[in-house]
Design a protein around this ligand. Structure first.
Ligand code: NI
Length: 138
């Protein structure tokens, strides 16, 4: 990690209690770690709002026996092929598939792609994680 700078934060006890309760169930060993993550999340959100280039992974879980579902998901991926780097398909049990779709592109396009997949009827679970921010200005 680069230079660490310590700074004081003042906030109401009630708010701090709520914050401590929030991070208690998570893996954080101290408040600094939790605050660092919140700041990173806020910065990533800003990138999305500015429609910057982003990359990440969409994870889907679905039952491949559902009629037409595999075809619908495939149609969506072909529509947005220029945003998709790779797809990993894992047969997690007799009925269910897990798919990891690595994506890259404008934040709003990626968000639209994710929303479309997530809302496809028959998808049991959908998650999205941003893994990197591509800075074109460097
Ligand atoms: Ni499968």
């Amino acid at each position: 990690m680069s230079d660490l700078i310590r700074f004081g934060v003042s906030l109401e006890k009630e708010l701090l209690d709520k914050f401590d309760a929030l991070i208690a169930g998570k893996k954080y060993t101290n408040r600094s770690e939790a605050i660092r993550d919140l700041i990173r999340d806020a910065l990533i959100k800003k990138e999305w709002q500015e429609n910057r280039d982003v990359s990440g992974a969409i994870v889907l879980v679905y039952n491949h026996h559902k009629r037409g579902l595999v075809g619908r998901l495939m149609d969506i991926q072909h529509d947005r092929h220029h945003n998709i780097f790779s797809t990993q398909h894992v047969h997690i049990d007799h009925d269910h598939c897990l798919e990891i779709i690595v994506v890259r592109g404008k934040a709003r396009d990626i968000d639209a792609l994710y929303s479309r997949m997530k809302s496809t009827k028959g998808v049991d679970h959908a998650g999205f994680s941003i893994t990197a921010i591509i800075d074109n200005e460097k």
